[in-house]
Ligand binder design. Sequence first.
Ligand code: NHR
Ligand code: GAR
Length: 219
Amino acid sequence: MSDAAPRLAIVVLISGNGSNLQAIIDAVATAALPVEIRAVISNKPEAQGLERARRAGIAALVVDHRQYPDRATFDAALQATIDQYQPQLVVLAGFMRILTPEFVAHYHGRLLNVHPSLLPAFRGLDTHRRALEAGVQEHGVSIHFVTAELDGGPVAAQTAVAVLPGDDAFSLAARVRQAEHALYPRVIRWFAEGRLTLRANRAMLDDEPVRLSQQTTNG
Ligand code: NHR
Ligand code: GAR
């Protein structure tokens, strides 16, 4: 990269496949995303995303939650590992462990998550099956600032995904994941550009509170 502009330092947390991580890596490679991925950390040693990181020349680390007696001890170890890389933003990308309020407070305003639903609908796990069972016509993806309230933090952006006749949880998840891969790098870029901030428990884009119905039309 010949671009001399300072790039936002980020650390990405994963638990599995890491397709969202790959979308971020690819966006950085095409210069669409002005960030430096300093490290990728998984709580699972077998996570495929670790190999994606290594292939891109990014430090790939494991902090295995099973090696720690409780969540507080795990989170403290995770935090210490992250902070060695001095990130300005921490990105959850399919990270599957609920984080303690202490951890979340430490990264207040600089911790994002991608959640596979149109929040506040379908917080928690197994969102695609639950959306199909509820019979909704629209499902989708939310990027939100992480707070102590699980999947309850301020939403920064959403993309709606139509539920199609014949969809099962797999086909719907695949379509939602495509929307994730398009949206997450874009939202991270907003943060890197200083356009997206958390202020008084509201997500602000260009100094305006994020309004969900407009969100997918921005920048
Ligand atoms: N932590 C806090 N405090 N707040 C949030 O909003 C969080 C969070 C940690 C992760 C991601 C979230 C999602 O996008 C996320 C948001 C895991 C679980 C869960 O139940 C729920 C939500 C999310 C991630 N995890 C189980 C646990 O006991 C373990 C499940 C597993 O290992 O497969 O931690 O959906
Ligand atoms: C993504 O669909 C993400 O939204 C979801 O898991 C998938 C991870 O895929 N996250 C959660 O369900 C968090 N609880 P990936 O590992 O290929 O990015």
